[in-house]
Design a protein around this ligand. Structure first.
Ligand code: NG1
Ligand code: MG
Length: 505
């Protein structure tokens, strides 16, 4: 049995990506194929694959339409699959203890029923399936036999969820004879994952689908999706990134109404308040994005700016600084937040109207005060850091810019902690421990409230760094971890490749 070292064309797939990955993981792929045969009595035709991601900088700004800077990790989700007659979809997992098998039948009314109140791994699978079928607009799907194998740490801010959803979308379209292009797969996966009840942005899916080996991605969402691979600069001293899991599990499904979904709502209300105070034309803002985002507010405000003598970076810096100044002027007398009533009065509407306007009816939230000032200041300053991070990478010209990159990461952590309130004491401790042990910059990655940190440090220090963090953080808080668990909790990472399909012969 062999794996054909050839990618089945996911349109726009970069062909360099598969060879390294598959040869280094051949055993894992072969085990998957064997296990599939044991369960279903035949070999799979294809293996779909999509990675997790680690965000280097740019947290909680994707859903504001602002650019982010993630990279794919090497950990991923694989789905070996076959299509077959009938409409039953059989799904098994190589880790069947933790992720029990399930079967579902396609139904004409709602494709498949998903209850966001139940937190089961099957939900993520069904979300991807439902989204893919809706995208393809087919009502006579093929049946499927599937075997899933994933090694992205779960609940850790490394997007195990999106890695699974993207892989399901990829497998489902393939099994039904479709070849959606990468952008369609991104859009489908983003919409699909929202069926879990979390009103997420598009960073994770875009990175999982579009990543290219050895580069991080500068991802812009507005006015259209644009992905620019950016290489980390080379310098005499070599550097590395280490991911460390705080092992505080943040369950977005339970915390969404007071954490993630609330942040989305706060930034939307802030956008409405900015647009009104800055007297933006409602017709042009609503046309661009509904619900309104901070990126649209900024673009509309500067629509007539003469940019002929400005570089792309200068435009960003100029506009973001202006928005930060507006944030102080407009919200600076309410640094402790606004009540719902104050926000509604500000916008001349009722609280109910306001909730509808920002879609808090679809994704309910709970809060007494809305932290408009702090969230807005985070969004514009974090965007500025993303832009500066990219510029610093691209304009390094051989000089050692890593201390500057590290500073930006540290500032980002500070802002996530103090302005966006998405850190926690363990994450703060882990970042501090990292800095005390030679990291130039350390910050939470992903949604926060637990999960992982990412730290930048000289490559020569990686081993001693990992040992020191094990001694000071893990031994203190999690003394009973096995060596294997420790190995999965803290590891060096490099930018990996995006999704692909392998043809099994
Ligand atoms: P994770 O870390 O997967 O919970 C979430 C969102 C992103 C982004 C980050 C914060 C989803 C699928 N992902 O990531 O879109 O907003 O938080 O920067 O909701
Ligand atoms: Mg996730």
């Amino acid at each position: 049995m062999s794996i054909q070292a050839k990618v089945v064309p996911v349109a726009n797939t970069v062909s360099e990506i598969y060879s390294g990955d598959i040869s280094s993981q051949e055993e894992r792929y072969l085990n998957l194929i064997n296990k599939f045969q044991e369960i279903y009595g035949t070999k799979p035709q294809f293996i779909a694959r999509s990675p997790g991601r680690v965000n280097v900088i740019g947290e909680h700004i994707d859903y504001c339409g602002m650019p982010v800077f993630p990279m794919a990790v090497e950990q991923d989700t694989l789905i070996a699959f076959n299509s077959k007659d009938g409409t039953a979809v059989n799904v098994a997992n190589t880790n069947s203890k933790k992720y029990p098998s399930f079967v579902f039948e396609y139904s004409k009314e709602n494709i498949v029923t998903i209850d966001p109140k139940i937190h089961a791994w099957s939900n993520y699978y069904k979300c991807g399936y439902k989204g893919a079928l809706e995208k393809m607009k087919i009502d006579n799907p093929k049946g499927m036999d599937c075997l899933v194998d994933g090694d992205v740490p779960t609940g850790a801010g490394l997007s195990s969820s999106s890695s699974l959803v993207c892989t399901v979308v990829l497998a489902t379209q393939k099994a039904n004879g479709y070849e959606l292009d990468k952008e369609q797969i991104v859009n489908t996966s983003v919409a699909s994952e929202r069926y879990t009840g979390v009103n997420g942005g598009g960073m994770d899916q875009t990175c999982s689908v579009m990543a290219t080996r050895s580069s991080a991605l500068f991802i812009e969402f507005h006015p259209f999706l644009k992905v620019t691979p950016v290489k980390f600069p080379s310098s005499e001293q070599k550097y590395a990134f280490v991911v460390a899991n705080s092992l505080v599990v943040s369950d977005k499904h339970i915390t969404a109404p007071v954490c993630y979904n609330l942040r989305v709502v706060e930034t939307r209300i802030a956008s409405l308040m900015l647009a009104q105070t800055l007297k933006l034309d409602q017709n042009s803002t609503v046309k661009e994005a509904n619900p309104l985002t901070m990126k649209v507010v900024m673009d509309v405000l500067f629509a007539n700016q003469d940019t002929s003598s400005m570089s792309e970076v200068d435009i960003w810096i100029n506009r973001l600084n202006a928005m930060l100044a507006h944030t102080e002027t407009i919200f600076g007398d309410h640094v402790d937040g606004y009540s719902w009533k104050e926000c509604a009065d500000y916008l001349h509407m009722s609280i109910e109207e306001l909730k509808l306007k920002v879609r808090a009816d679809l994704y309910p939230v709970r809060a007494e005060f809305l932290q408009i000032y702090k969230r807005t200041k985070h969004v514009f300053s974090e965007t500025l850091r993303v832009v500066l991070f990219r510029q610093t990478c691209e304009e390094a010209k051989g000089s050692d810019v890593y201390p500057e990159l590290g500073n930006l990461m540290n500032q980002s952590q500070d802002s996530c902690d103090k302005l966006f309130d998405c850190s926690c004491k363990e994450l703060n401790e882990l970042c501090q421990t990292a800095r005390d042990n030679g990291s130039l910059g350390s910050r939470l990655t992903g949604a926060g409230w637990g999960g992982c940190t990412i730290s930048l440090l000289p490559e020569s220090k990686v081993e001693s760094f990992i040992q020191s963090v094990k001694d000071s953080y893990y031994k203190k808080h999690f003394p009973s971890l096995s060596e294997e668990q420790l190995k999965n909790s803290i590891f060096a990472t490099k930018p990996g490749s995006g999704m692909y399909i392998v043809n099994v012969k």
